[in-house]
Design a protein around this ligand. Structure first.
Ligand code: FA5
Ligand code: MG
Length: 366
């Protein structure tokens, strides 16, 4: 039997390399470094940028679409070649099937190279609106925006004849229009105004097919692929009369733009901003400034009192009263990289900050 049949429900995290790989199997090309990534579930860790992003996208779909999208974020990344390739019509000679591009556990079992691997099983399960989020694996190039393990979110929405007749359109045109509007709306929700462009492309499982690119760090960055689902997939899954759109977006790429993360490797570091284990604590301080007040001087005071526990000092409010006095309110974020801070400790630091702000910066606390 193959590893695919041995795989457990949910993540493959409980299975070790020894359990998955037949000793000396020449068809296995999954290295130990990759095995250690299995089951890490970054996208399900509270406060991890990928999980924050996932939830923002979920809310967008929940608000936009009257019919709920069913959400799946715990499907095993260990899938059959049938799911990963055949069921989404990837031709037998397509490069993505090669040992050079894909991680094979054995001849019939791979680490999914895209979340599209779950399209057919979800459709057969009767889902008409769904989002699948998970880790995907590729033997890919190395640079700041590519990593052998990353995360995708797949979205699929079906339309029935009644839908496109009500819109006075044909089904494919309606699916394409709704797809682009939906994804442009998502980009707007995530980034406000951002420079983006649609690029025509090819996928075996959609026609027409598009990629959305966003301008980031001086270059066009491809953030998702999408299109109108090939009718053959719907036919094979018992939905011959419907039309559908599908997209697959790269969560790291979007999170890098959204959270200003310069390198994709940072998602895997133990930096607490990424594991989210140690929460920040916020304290506000308001005062009437003097002529000589500068923000850098304030930061020096905060640094002197808090050291590296000060994560951010941010002006959140300012106004000038009738007498011409200007008030500033700053929010200070305190966070340790290696432990949870106690209230007592933060209050003591904040008291010291207040005292020095008043004594050294010649401002009047409010
Ligand atoms: C796909 O994976 C298609 N399955 C997407 C799709 C789904 C198209 C449904 C149509 C319908 P692609 O290989 O282009 O397409 O990857 C999709 C996104 O994943 C890319 O736009 C990019 O954001 C991200 N991505 C791809 N390779 C990497 C990588 N090595 N590291 C980080 N992100 C990546
Ligand atoms: Mg591509």
């Amino acid at each position: 039997s193959t590893a695919a049949t041995a795989k457990s429900e949910g993540q493959g995290s409980t299975l070790t390399r020894e359990e998955l790989v037949r000793e000396g199997d020449p068809t296995n090309n999954v290295s130990d470094a990759i095995f250690t990534r299995l089951g890490m579930q970054l996208h399900n860790r509270p406060n991890h940028p990928l999980s924050i992003l996932k939830n923002v996208i979920y809310s967008y779909f929940d608000e936009r679409c009257p019919k709920m999208f069913n959400k799946f974020d715990n499907l095993s990344p260990i899938v059959s070649t049938k799911m990963n390739f055949d069921e989404v019509l990837v031709p037998a000679d397509h490069v993505s099937r090669s040992y050079n591009d894909t991680y094979y556990i054995d001849q019939e079992t791979v680490l999914r190279c895209h979340t599209s691997a779950h399209q057919a099983e979800m459709l057969r399960g009767g889902n008409t609106h769904f989002l699948v989020t998970g880790d995907v694996y590729r033997r890919d190039s190395i640079d700041a925006t590519h990593y052998p393990v990353f995360h995708q979110m797949e979205g699929v929405r079906l339309f029935t004849r009644a839908d496109w007749e009500a819109a006075g359109m044909d089904g494919i045109a309606m699916a394409e229009k709704d797809l682009k509007e939906t994804l442009e709306g998502l980009a707007q929700r995530l980034f406000g105004s951002v420079e983006m462009r649609w690029v025509d492309t090819y996928f075996p499982f959609t026609d027409p097919s598009f990629e959305l690119e966003i301008f980031f760090q001086g270059e066009w960055l491809e953030v998702l692929g999408c299109g109108v689902m090939e009718q053959q997939i719907l036919v094979n899954c018992g939905r011959p009369d419907d039309k559908a759109w599908a997209f697959g977006l790269g969560l790291e790429r979007l999170a890098m733009v959204l959270f200003d993360i310069p390198d994709i490797r940072l998602f895997w570091t133990d930096d607490e901003r990424f594991t989210g284990q140690y929460p920040p604590c916020f304290k506000d301080i308001s005062f009437w400034i003097s002529d000589s007040f500068t923000e850098n001087n304030l930061c020096e005071v905060v640094r002197a009192a808090a050291g590296d526990l000060a994560e951010e000092v941010k002006l959140i409010d300012e106004f000038t009263n009738k007498q011409g006095m200007t008030s500033h309110c700053y929010r200070i974020a305190y966070r340790s990289m290696d432990r949870s801070l106690t209230d007592e400790e933060i209050n003591r630091i904040q008291e010291a900050v207040r005292k020095d702000v008043e004594g050294k910066l010649k401002v009047t606390l409010r």
